[in-house]
Design a protein around this ligand. Structure first.
Ligand code: SF4
Length: 191
């Protein structure tokens, strides 16, 4: 098969897998948009857990995201509080119930199927191909990358000398856990 043929089949497989994964999403009374919001809040850093950043990440409108958040708050899965950095803004957090629901995320079934079907090397190569495709799609759409903090050009590793990191853009300390989270302000280190 040609590269073009493999690429076309891979795109169809991704589309079909996504539909199958979504078919299990009715559990816990959480709809697909609500699952996406819960997943985002579980992996976003403290500067990025806002309604505006969530809308950017999902390439959705503020109004649609607002309805999703109202529903999640009503189910007790998400809580909002006034932002410590900007009194006009709100920050979002998963509640304990939200974290418990995420343990049963139907996307984990897809991850398990992928684990069973391939070697570490095969999966790592597939992830690189998908990351590249995502980067190109984001550039085409003019969307922010929402990359991981430790791969950002503003990330200062072990800035304190005591294992604490620092963000040069926001001028805030970062923990080891923060370094592995995604961020709305992330700018990849130039290649
Ligand atoms: S270093 Fe980059 S990714 Fe990390 S908090 Fe700062 S702007 Fe965000």
């Amino acid at each position: 098969m040609s590269t073009r043929g493999y690429a076309a089949e891979a795109a169809q497989l991704i589309d079909r897998l996504e539909r199958l994964a979504r078919s299990g999403e009715a559990r816990h009374g959480v709809n697909p948009a609500q699952w996406e919001a819960l997943r985002y809040l579980a992996q976003a850093n403290r500067f990025s857990r806002t309604p505006a950043a969530l809308a950017d990440y999902l390439a959705s409108t503020r109004g649609t995201v607002s309805q999703t958040l109202i529903a999640l708050e009503g189910k007790g899965l998400v809580a909002r509080r006034q932002s410590a950095r900007d009194k006009r803004s709100v920050d979002l957090d998963l509640t304990d119930a939200g974290r418990r629901v995420l343990v049963d995320d139907p996307l984990q079934e897809l991850a398990r199927d992928l684990r069973k079907g391939d070697s570490d090397e095969g999966l790592a190569a597939a992830v690189e191909v998908l990351r590249d495709a995502l980067r190109r799609a984001l550039r085409r759409n003019g969307s922010r990358p929402f990359g991981v903090c430790h791969a950002c050009r503003h990330f200062q590793k072990n800035a304190s000398g005591r294992g604490r990191h620092h963000c040069a853009l926001i001028d805030e300390p970062l923990s080891e856990e923060d370094s592995g989270l995604i961020c709305t302000e992330q700018e990849p280190v130039p290649a």
